[in-house]
Design a protein around this ligand. Structure first.
Ligand SMILES: Nc1ncnc2c1ncn2[C@@H]1O[C@H](COP(=O)(O)OP(=O)(O)OP(=O)(O)O)[C@@H](O)[C@H]1O
Ligand SMILES: [Mg+2]
Length: 586
């Protein structure tokens, strides 16, 4: 888990914001609509000050016959305001949710193409938090912020226009407060961005702690991890609370500070306005309207000054989202593709390590597997068997030497084409939320017929236990397949691989969870399946690989022996020793 996700270089807010606005562009029409609607709202504000001027002047001049018109005007002004608010808010929220949707899906689409290296080095909780929480934080910057800019900005422009029109000299006093407000706003928004990042981090910690505890609930309970997980979760949640409160303090201090500066400007304004020389030139109506408009302007000004804190929150969120979107996807520079490979594999002086600074996991590996043959990889745990298998679908890249399929280097294949040629049963079976049938006919096999699915299930001895389930193949297994035993899950994974009918089959400890009898049954089924396709079997239980065409013993990343079962036994080397040990156990 990488703790503090600091961006490599501090991007300027404007660069990030501009990039965010690109997502807004397709919705320009809704944007224009909301602009017009908020302009209507702003105009209604200015009109209400104008209205007051007319009321007072009418009273002063005793022009009481204007009252019908003035009363109707109130309704008109509020109608304008209501329509403006509704249409404006709706249109801008539409834009905001669309942006969140595109960002979120783009983020997920990127996650689908990230190299396995990325998955191995980031916590799932953090990734989940980005998809759910961080993305949502962006809305503030594109909806609320834009809404504020439009609605309050236009209101301010309307009111300022009116103030200038009434008395421009007086209005200049307001402007004098602007630099002070700017300082307060800058300080607050810097702090806001920092706090937002920490807040996002804490949400990631919360999701991590929660998802690990949920997945590993049995281990947590049996090893007395309850206290540990509790305190970890409480600490993360508490950190979240503290960061949030710090944000509240920043935002809440920002508002009164700005308000006070505005009040100072207003005070100065009133003081000067009530000077006899000024009073003389304005009608009472105009004077009251002036002060009213000046008072009305404080609310939108305050909202505008809060804006940058909202934007900073959105920027911190978009930064974290963009950092994933900008990750390089899996390398896929190959152009070669083949309908169905014949399955001849060859490894030539292959070496591999996971990271540039870590030790070699595979050394100088030479191996040739003719098409349709079965190779068994055996050897001690950590010897590099799974690693070797993971190179074939190019889950790990950057090996040295050559790996070829049908005489063509693996990296020349198009990635999706290469993976079409491979069926895989993992060491760790993964089942998806859905029925057993959905899990067998997963992905590209989704449109296989029921008969095909059933045949694969038969071959993998899935039907043995499915027939006892009331809903048969349609039984829901739930995420993680908790309803099933380890061996049952393995059988589903095998059925999936059988259904795929690919020229290359990789079985990484595919039958390790089965009892000896089931294993023997499945072994027979697998032998039929292996017939005609190149198979890589990894197994600790040597009884399952005796019939392999070639047995390869891997130790610490090196091939120490290879040959047939009988041949290796007679050699009396590493394989014979392993075999004797297991035989003695039995
Ligand atoms: N994602 C990874 N990042 C870094 N090192 C890894 C990674 N996966 C495995 N290794 C290292 O590579 C070595 C070989 O691991 P590998 O999983 O290939 O062994 P294995 O032969 O399949 O073992 P087992 O029989 O226990 O499954 C181990 O030393 C392990 O620490
Ligand atoms: Mg392994």
């Amino acid at each position: 888990m990488n703790k503090q996700q600091q961006p490599a270089a501090e991007h300027s807010s404007w660069v990030v914001y501009k990039r965010l606005l690109v997502y807004v562009k397709p919705y320009w029409f809704a944007f224009v609509i909301s602009f017009l609607a908020f302009a209507l709202y702003g105009a209604s504000q200015a009109l209400s000050a104008k209205w007051l001027e007319h009321v007072i002047d009418a009273i002063e001049q005793g022009a009481l016959e204007k009252r019908t018109l003035l009363a109707l005007a109130v309704l008109g002004i509020f109608l304008m305001r209501g329509v403006g608010t509704f249409v404006g808010s709706y249109a801008i929220s539409h834009v905001g949710r669309e942006v969140v949707h595109s960002l979120r899906t783009e983020l997920f689409d990127r996650m689908l193409t990230l190299p396995s290296d990325y998955y191995q080095h980031s916590s799932s909780g953090e990734m989940l938090a980005k998809l759910t929480y961080n993305v949502d934080q962006v809305t503030g910057a594109v909806t609320n912020a834009v809404k504020t800019v439009l609605r309050e900005g236009l209101t301010v422009i309307g009111l300022f226009g009116y103030l200038f029109y009434l008395n421009w000299k007086l209005t200049l006093i307001f402007i004098a407060a602007a630099p002070f407000i700017a300082v307060v706003v800058t300080v607050a928004s810097k702090r806001m961005r920092k706090l937002s990042r920490r807040l996002q981090q804490s949400v990631g910690d919360i999701t991590s702690a929660a998802s690990e505890t949920i997945k590993g609930y049995q281990i947590v309970r049996i090893f007395g991890g309850t206290e540990f997980e509790r305190s970890r979760f409480h600490a993360a949640s508490d950190r979240n609370r503290r960061q949030f409160m710090k944000m509240v303090v920043t935002q809440s201090l920002n508002t009164p500070a700005v308000q006070f500066l505005i009040a100072m400007a207003l005070a100065g304004l009133l003081y000067i306005a009530m000077h006899p020389s000024v009073m003389g030139v304005m009608s009472t109506g105009a004077f009251v309207a002036y002060l009213t408009a000046a008072g009305l302007i404080t609310k939108p000004l305050r909202a505008l000054s809060n804006l940058s804190t909202v934007i900073q929150k959105g920027i911190a969120a978009s930064e974290s989202v963009f950092s994933v979107i900008d990750e390089a996807p899996e390398q896929d520079n190959g152009h070669y593709s083949v309908q169905r490979a014949s399955g001849e594999l060859s490894f030539d002086k292959v070496g591999f390590r996971y990271r540039d600074d870590s030790e070699m996991v595979l050394h100088d590996l030479d191996l040739h597997v003719p098409r349709g043959k079965t190779v068994a990889l055996v050897g001690r745990s950590g010897g590099g068997k799974s690693t070797l298998a993971s190179l074939l679908p190019r889950f790990n890249a950057g090996w040295s030497g050559r790996i070829e399929l049908d005489g063509i280097p693996l990296e020349e294949y198009r990635l999706d084409n290469l993976r079409q040629q491979i069926a895989l049963v993992n060491q760790h079976v993964v089942l998806f939320n859905g029925s057993i049938a959905d899990n067998i006919a997963y992905g590209v096999m989704a449109d296989c017929s029921d008969e095909q699915v059933r045949a694969a299930a038969e071959a993998a001895h899935v039907m043995e236990f499915v027939d006892r389930l009331p809903e048969g193949l349609q039984t829901e297994v739930g995420e993680g397949g908790l309803l099933l035993s380890g061996g049952q899950r393995q059988r589903i994974a095998i059925a999936r691989a059988i259904l795929k009918d690919a020229p290359i089959l990789i079985l990484d400890e595919a039958t390790s969870a089965l009892d000896t009898e089931s294993e023997r049954h499945i072994q027979e089924a697998l032998e039929q399946v292996m017939d005609g396709r190149t198979t890589l079997v990894i197994a600790h239980r040597l009884s399952t690989i005796e019939k392999a065409d070639l047995i390869v013993v891997l130790e610490q990343g090196r091939i120490v022996e290879q040959g047939g079962h009988q041949e290796l036994l007679e050699q009396g080397g590493a394989y014979a020793a392993l075999y004797r040990m297991q035989f003695a156990d039995a």
